[in-house]
Write a protein that binds this ligand. Sequence first.
Ligand code: ATP
Length: 363
Amino acid sequence: MSEIRIEGISKTYPGGKASAVTDVTLTVADTEFMVLLGPSGCGKTTLLRMLAGLEYPDSGRIVIGDRDVTELPPRKRGIAMVFQSYAVFPHLTVFENIAFGLRMQKRPAEEVRRRVESSAGLLQLEPYLLRYPAQLSGGQRQRVAVARAIVMEPAVLLMDEPLSNLDALLRLQFRAELKKLVGEVHTTTVYVTHDQVEALSLGDRIAVMREGRIIQVAEPMLVYDRPATEFVGSFIGNPPMNFLRGHAHADNGLANVAIGTQSIKAPASVAEAAEVLVGIRAENLQASISAPPNGSGSLRAETLVVEPLGSHLLVTAAVEGQVVKVVTRTDFAVQPGTSIWLRPEPDKLRWLRAADGTALGVS
Ligand code: ATP
């Protein structure tokens, strides 16, 4: 059982102006793949280093399995860590790099061979076992670093941006391999990244961080579809979620949200906020050239830019002076300056308070 419980931990570095991690509570289930996602400086690495025992929290505690490890040094925590800079030993072969930790534990030669070969197999490194790191590509070196971590059969695997030194194509390839691998090794994993695509692709759940705090913890599609705040909706997804500013008032058991001179219907409780943000993803706006029937819930927009992106068009348009991004089919005949109509898919609308960008408790 290798559940991780992080209970109310905070950390301010000596001489640091603000706290790097503030009152973070998070439970990672046994064998779960948890991604810590957030912009540079939000405290992800600090949180991971506290899990590893490379930093100590000022307050709070960390429990792995049934052991309180808050004060334990790294080697007593049953963890293995993979860093961004694949720190492999240049003077050792791939085999000996992977075997290193087992040799330190003075494991019998036969066990070392068996476990190294098994880890190398999982990472498709068998053909390279006798090579030195200088004879490997960046992607292969990073695989050695991962193999060296999993060969230790850690209770917990910690990874800090392990793909970020790889070029775009290798990244894509290794991301899929990593996903397959973690499915096979069943190790509780905490993975740090600022890349939202990586987070969506790999995580069983994503913990989104901002300024030292966790803003939302949920499954990837929930974070994507139902962001807890404007920040989360803007940080995740390419393009970011659209947010239209509107004014809500109660109307016949519903709410009416006025966006400039136009309006859309909303659940009644939206009217409590008065000033609201209407969140909608680019692919959840159905665009049409001809005017839809009255009362269809469509918004009139002015096309500003049309970008053909191969599989789709990305259209930038203005609704009452507010810019929105819309994904359309490539055969959508639209030019800059054309008027179009945008119909938001009603169940994909997200309602937030304009005052602080937090979600209203309605869908
Ligand atoms: P990145 O993606 O850029 O690595 P991050 O989200 O991992 O960022 P951290 O490295 O955890 O963020 O940093 C969180 C905050 O703590 C930042 O404001 C950073 O400047 C500060 N910080 C990090 N390490 C130290 C240190 N050793 N001493 C003082 N301040 C630090």
